[in-house]
Design a protein around this ligand. Structure first.
Ligand SMILES: [Zn+2]
Length: 310
């Protein structure tokens, strides 16, 4: 029987693939029913996934795994890119456009119940009112309250929202003199629009906050420092790899800054701008890290292919 087993095992690969004549198939089938050893070989051949993880196929399986990782990374990268684009569009569309002061922009009316109502023109889609208490601890009777009004719209609101005429009511402190100023946020003096018992106080300007500029400079400094560190440690792969990862963040921050604020480093709406920059920079950063690992993986796959074909 030993001879027949050899013949059967020679034919088995063809039998598994169904490319033998009917007579041969019949012959193999009959043998398999009576021979446990050949039956076992046959079972092994039928399940290529489970059995072919032999030594010579291992690199191929490895490669498959890496391809899968690569696919997942590509999907993640695309998602990050899409979110970043949407967020950038949001940053541009929602950027506040402040109104310069005009007679028609807003009106103030005094109500009977110690409050004032500010009514805006319908082109105004958003406003803010900040309060500043001007008190002198040594002389409480000179206490004053200043209100600063800002009014703006955005591309998004201009196109898509129709909020109609808006108004806000400010409750006043009893017997405390107050003033209401309008801040056009264009580096001009705030405009006095309403007030009681104003003692001659100098004009004030609502200044754009410069913090974003400082952060930008900080990011540029960080980038330069890491660049120098990279140069120093370029022959030490362990340190170099970490510097290469970190250096992408200041770069991402700088890109985020330019998307949100353009060439400006000043902002009248600091919190909004800063949050958007941080958000965008994190997205850009993860995108860059992923792109980097994809690039490295691709290089590795290419070299594996090369060595496999040799
Ligand atoms: Zn056999």
């Amino acid at each position: 029987m030993r001879n027949e087993c050899n013949i059967i095992q020679d034919v088995l690969p063809l039998y598994v693939e169904n490319i033998v004549s009917d007579d041969t198939a019949e012959f193999v089938k009959e043998h398999l029913e009576t021979c446990a050893k050949c039956q076992h070989k046959y079972e092994q051949m039928k399940e290529p996934e489970a059995t072919h993880t032999s030594v010579e196929v291992a690199p191929l399986v490895n490669l498959k795994k890496k391809m899968l990782v690569k696919r997942v990374q590509t999907i993640t990268l695309t998602t990050i890119f899409v979110i970043a684009v949407v967020l950038s569009a949001f940053a541009v569309l929602s950027a506040p456009v402040y109104f310069p002061y005009s007679e028609d922009l807003l009106s103030v009316t005094e109500n009977a119940d110690e409050s004032i109502t500010i009514t805006f023109d319908e082109s105004v889609t958003d406003y803010s009112c900040s309060v500043f208490f001007d008190s002198d601890t040594e002389n409480p009777s000179t206490e004053k309250v200043h209100y600063t009004i800002e009014a703006w719209t955005s591309l998004w609101d201009e196109w898509f929202s129709n909020r109609g005429v808006q108004s806000t009511t400010i409750r006043l402190e009893k017997n405390v003199p107050f003033t209401v100023y309008y801040a056009a946020n264009n580096n001009e003096e705030n405009i006095f629009i309403y007030g009681k018992s104003v003692t001659a106080s100098g004009g004030s300007i609502t200044l754009p906050r410069l913090t974003l500029g400082y952060y930008l400079i900080l990011a540029i400094f960080g980038f330069c420092a890491l660049l120098i560190a990279w140069f120093i440690f370029r022959s030490k792969p362990n340190i170099k790899i970490w510097i290469e990862r970190f250096i992408l963040y200041p770069v991402s921050y700088i890109i985020g800054h330019f998307i949100v604020s353009g060439m400006n480093s000043t902002s009248y709406s600091l919190e909004r701008d800063f949050m958007l920059i941080i958000f965008l920079s994190i997205l850009i950063y993860s995108g860059m890290l992923l792109a980097r690992s994809l690039y490295l993986l691709r290089k590795e796959i290419n070299s594996t292919n090369l060595s496999a074909s040799l």
